[in-house]
Design a protein around this ligand. Structure first.
Ligand code: SAM
Length: 289
């Protein structure tokens, strides 16, 4: 299969997942089918070994195995790892380390996040975690490239993404890629109608609230006490706050400044002592009191 056929098959596979993330977002399906994901993926990437399996994470090399590499690019649930340990592990062979620090998220998660973000035509968007630039170009297809600002903390990754975006877009406008800490946002272009982070936070950075337009949607993965990360969707209330809920379970690398553990109560979570447990003939129920 060539890249177009693989992309179409990948879209059909995503259609089949519960949630219908494409069905009520025709623009997203169109953008997904129009953008050659392979253009954004580096020639050497690691495929994370399946959970529970021992051994290193294999390296996929486009030159050595073009078919294997392209197949992986279009596996809907496979993220491809583009950086390990902030670049300390070189992409020249299988990797023992699981300290992943940059990736292209798997297609199904990219689509799920954009579904929940639900950007509208002409919206201004701030993305945190440019990575390869793939997500930024999908956003550009919806809101217009000049309305997208994407921030990447690792300068060489930001530089590569900007270059890749320019190559792909040719003489069309490109999203603005800013090398810097996305936790501070980018006030120069605020307010934003949509804020999306592809780096996982323990606490929503105050700058995102400050730079969110009233009614703005904020979508970010968050570290939880449940041994999984969860995708948080918030709506800004126009008074400096935001409220919302978790929409699904995900797995993401940490925002750089939020890697160290912080006590759950310090970042607003309940503790075990806040839970009531009732067991009776109806079963067991565990609720917050
Ligand atoms: C999952 S990857 C991004 C995937 C990307 N959206 C794509 O389409 O390829 C997460 C990225 O967030 C970046 N990152 C981590 N902390 C950050 C921060 N505080 N500000 C900006 N970028 C950050 C990492 O360097 C990494 O490239």
């Amino acid at each position: 299969m060539d890249a177009t056929e693989l992309r179409e098959r990948c879209a059909r596979q995503i259609d089949g997942f519960s949630g219908g993330y494409f069905t009520d977002r025709p623009w997203l399906r169109e953008a997904f089918l129009a953008v050659p994901r392979e253009h954004f993926v580096p020639d050497r990437v690691w495929r994370p070994r399946p959970k529970g399996e021992a051994g290193p994470h294999p390296l996929l090399d486009r030159t050595a195995d073009p078919e294997g590499w392209l197949g992986a690019v279009y596996e809907p649930t496979t993220p491809l790892i583009t950086q390990i340990e902030d670049g300390a592990v070189r992409p020249d062979g299988p990797a023992e380390s699981s300290e992943f620090t940059s990736s292209i998220s798997c297609s199904s998660v990219v689509v799920k996040m954009l579904h929940h973000l639900d950007p509208q035509e002409g919206d201004t968007v701030l993305e945190i975690g440019t990575g390869t630039g793939y997500n930024a170009v999908l956003l550009a297809a919806r809101v217009g490239a000049t309305n997208v600002v994407s921030m990447e903390i690792q300068p060489d990754i930001a530089e590569r993404a900007a270059r890749t975006l320019r190559q792909y877009r040719g003489d069309r406008d490109v999203p603005l890629v800013v090398a810097g800490d996305g936790e501070s946002g980018y006030p120069e272009r605020a307010p934003y109608d949509r804020i999306i982070s592809t780096a996982c936070v323990r606490e929503v950075p105050p700058a995102w609230l400050e730079q969110a337009a009233p009614g703005a949607v904020i979508v970010t993965p968050m570290v939880t006490p449940f041994a999984v990360d969860a995708l948080l969707r918030l709506v800004a209330d126009g008074e400096g706050g935001a409220a919302g809920s978790f929409v699904t379970v995900v797995s993401f690398m940490r925002a750089r400044g939020q890697r160290p553990y912080r006590p759950w109560s310090e970042v607003g979570w309940f503790t075990l002592r806040d839970l009531d447990v009732r067991v009776d003939a109806g079963g067991q129920r565990i609720r917050l009191h």
